[in-house]
Design a binder for this molecule. Sequence first.
Ligand code: FAD
Length: 287
Amino acid sequence: MKFSDFYQPGRLAYSFEVYPPKDEAGVLNLIAALKRLAVFRPAFVSVTYGAMGTTRDLTRDLALRVYAETKLTTAFHFTCIGAARQSVRTYVEHLKKEGLDLVVALRGDIPSGVGGRPKSDFQYANELVSYLKEIDGFSIAVAGYPEGHIEAPDKETDLTNLKRKVDAGADIVITQLFFDNRDYFDFVDRARRIGIAVPIVPGIMPILNLKQIEKITTMCGAALPQDLHDRLEAAQATSSNPTEAMRKVGVEHALRQCRELVGRGVPGIHFYTLNRSESTSDVIRGL
Ligand code: FAD
């Protein structure tokens, strides 16, 4: 199965991104959440990987467990910064033997305080894509940035770098979260103009709370529109149940985004679930 097989005309493919929880209780909660989300028949679930291999074993074990216990098609993320070629091969071949051949191939964030770039056989994600193609037998998704990657000098340079990943063999692009659909539509237009022809799947995060989304957007460089910020702030300040009130604002915004995206023919939606089922379910039901 290739990622691109999920995105067919007339079909809308959902996918759900999750991250490895810290303990067994978290894993059990996550598996339960995915079983609830399974009713929406997602194309795949993807399990993130900590930069510099910090969740190497956790990601592998969780991906295998999600696959075994939910029977959902499972993709695994892999970040290559700090990695050696042979250890990449061992890792991905092990997962392929177990039936997991969908990889979200990333560079990963370079940790601050390491004193420059770590020793690595890979400098950028396009090199990982080429290596996975060399190993053979994988379908590959890569990351795209509607607002430009935080380190890129400008959006055009970043898009040229995205093209390197696609030219190296990526089957689809999954975007970083964004809250203003104009960024996505503009990104897709510019990508098509430079010859990126693969599906570009929008990544949507239903916001859970203000503090968390401020931290996430600061880290990844996505903009949190002022009006959305203000609505979250008001929900936090004035509701007797601020957690639920902020979650509802997050669902409303994500639903509005998704309605427009679907209306304009996106091939699918990749949900950043934050390991929870409620908000993603509310958005999909709303659609
Ligand atoms: P690259 O594509 O290598 O780009 C990184 C920067 O280098 C960009 O500024 C780009 O313009 C530039 N660049 C790229 N190629 C070249 C080149 N050949 N020469 C010069 N400059 C170049 N992080 C995690 O740690 N774990 C995850 O599981 C994870 N999953 C993600 C999933 C998605 C869908 C997205 C959108 C992001 C994810 N991230 C994850 C975050 C990602 O690791 C960071 O954004 C990281 O900083 C860049 O990774 P990349 O693969 O996009 O890198």
